[in-house]
Design a protein around this ligand. Structure first.
Ligand SMILES: *[C@@H]1O[C@H](CO)[C@@H](O)[C@H](O)[C@H]1NC(C)=O
Ligand SMILES: *[C@@H]1O[C@H](CO)[C@@H](O)[C@H](O)[C@H]1NC(C)=O
Ligand SMILES: *[C@@H]1O[C@H](CO)[C@@H](O)[C@H](O)[C@H]1NC(C)=O
Length: 246
């Protein structure tokens, strides 16, 4: 629709307006497409990074300037944060267990590894209700991106990484019955660059056993070190320190 301007520019505006509108449309479409493409590949890179992290082992990717010995107050804060999150997950009846480096700590001496940088919990089928309880327990320090396959929670100096799993029913000829798959493990980039982490579901069949981490009880996978044999197939039998801490 064209409005006639009293100054007599109406015919010019009427001809240029549709052209301008069209060009603005084309430009915004181009910008939006570029942004979508960029953020998609960026997201995939981020995803690949987080997905590969555990395969590449956290102790190998640790920054060279990260501490090799957490101080006592840091350990206390990390333990308290793990406890609060575990308690929130218990309340929503969410299946969870200590995993990765924190599970190594339990298996090797029932205490947090002092060269680890965070606490690790793994959960299956995390619900909105469970998330709400975690938020209520820890306040603002939480970042959730479903494609990153994990939820990062922090309070003061403590960080806890919650890895999110979901079940994939998959019949297998081997001893492995049902496999568990990380949430969000999709996309060609990921499957090309990393192997999928999986373990037999019997290791996390309820009720899970509990074990002590610095005198606090937490759920752990069944069968002791078996879980770590699946998660760290190449070096589960040896103690590996971050390179700069050796
Ligand atoms: C959560 O439940 C497990 C298993 O029932 C128990 O061992 C643990 O003490 C509970 N954790 C907290 C923080 O309440
Ligand atoms: C998780 O969700 C899947 C699919 O809905 C279901 O089959 C499975 O039993 C659930 N597992 C747990 C532990 O809640
Ligand atoms: C993991 O899930 C993907 C997509 O749902 C599926 O294609 C793949 O086979 C699963 N892998 C394992 C090892 O369960």
């Amino acid at each position: 629709m064209c409005l006639t301007s009293p100054r007599g520019h109406s015919s010019l505006s009427c001809r240029t307006l549709p052209v301008v509108v069209f060009m603005v449309f084309v430009l915004s479409a181009a910008v939006l497409t570029c942004r979508a493409l960029f953020s998609h590949s960026h997201q995939q890179r981020e995803l690949a990074k987080s997905v590969c992290l555990h395969r590449e082992k956290w102790y190998m990717t640790q920054a060279a300037n990260s501490r090799c010995r957490a101080d006592a107050s840091q350990m206390t804060q990390r333990l308290a944060l793990l406890k609060d999150i575990s308690s929130a997950l218990n309340k929503s009846n969410t299946l969870h267990w200590l995993c990765y480096g924190t599970l190594w700590g339990v298996l090797r001496g029932n205490s947090l590894l002092d060269y680890d940088i965070d606490g690790d919990l793994c959960v299956v089928n995390v619900s909105q209700n469970a998330l709400a309880r975690i938020v209520a327990a820890v306040g603002e320090g939480i970042r959730y991106a479903p494609t990153y396959t994990s939820l990062r929670v922090w309070r003061a100096e403590a960080i806890v990484e919650i890895t999110l799993y979901e079940f994939t029913e998959l019949a297998d000829d081997n001893t492995v019955d049902t496999l568990v798959n990380l949430s969000g493990w999709t996309g060609p980039y990921v499957s090309r660059s990393c192997k999928i982490e999986s373990f037999p579901s019997r290791l996390i069949t309820r009720p899970l056993p509990s074990d002590k981490l610095n005198e606090v009880l937490f759920p752990v996978p069944r069968e002791g070190v078996e879980m770590q044999m699946h998660v760290y197939p190449d070096d589960w039998h040896s103690i590996v320190l971050p390179q700069h801490c050796v």
